[in-house]
Design a protein around this ligand. Structure first.
Ligand SMILES: [Zn+2]
Ligand SMILES: [Zn+2]
Length: 125
């Protein structure tokens, strides 16, 4: 196994174990436990390349840091506006809307993204 493969494998495992959409620096702190000499720059580069390979997704909630998602299939997110956590929403992706928009516009629609905003259970109480 090359060093590169080992680094990427460690990053993927962190993302598989954490479905709370961590930031690059949080991922870096976790990976460092396994590979102490890894740099933050390497983690950024590996995240970019894993994204290009379609293995992970990058989420950019407007106005805050990039977050990473080990689930690269389209799914919806809930973004808590108080604690800034991002949760997966167990709601099936509505593919009918893609077809409707395609019919109305004559565009080729590949997918859509949907984000919900509000307060999570912890922040509500
Ligand atoms: Zn919250
Ligand atoms: Zn997600």
């Amino acid at each position: 196994m090359t060093r590169k493969t080992r680094q990427k494998g460690a990053i993927l495992r962190v993302l598989e174990d954490n479905d709370d959409h961590p930031t690059a620096s949080w991922i870096y702190e976790q990976v460092r436990r396994e590979i102490p000499h890894i740099s933050l720059g390497t983690v950024y580069r590996d995240l970019k390349s894993l994204k290009q390979e379609g293995k992970i997704a990058e989420i950019n909630p407007s106005g805050s840091l990039s977050r990473f998602d080990g689930n690269n299939k389209n799914h919806y997110h809930f973004h808590c506006q108080k604690c800034d956590r991002i949760f997966d929403v167990a709601e099936p992706v509505d593919t009918a809307i893609d077809i409707r928009v395609a019919q109305k516009t004559s565009f080729d629609v590949f997918y859509h993204r949907l984000e919900f905003y509000g307060l999570c259970q912890d922040c509500r109480s």
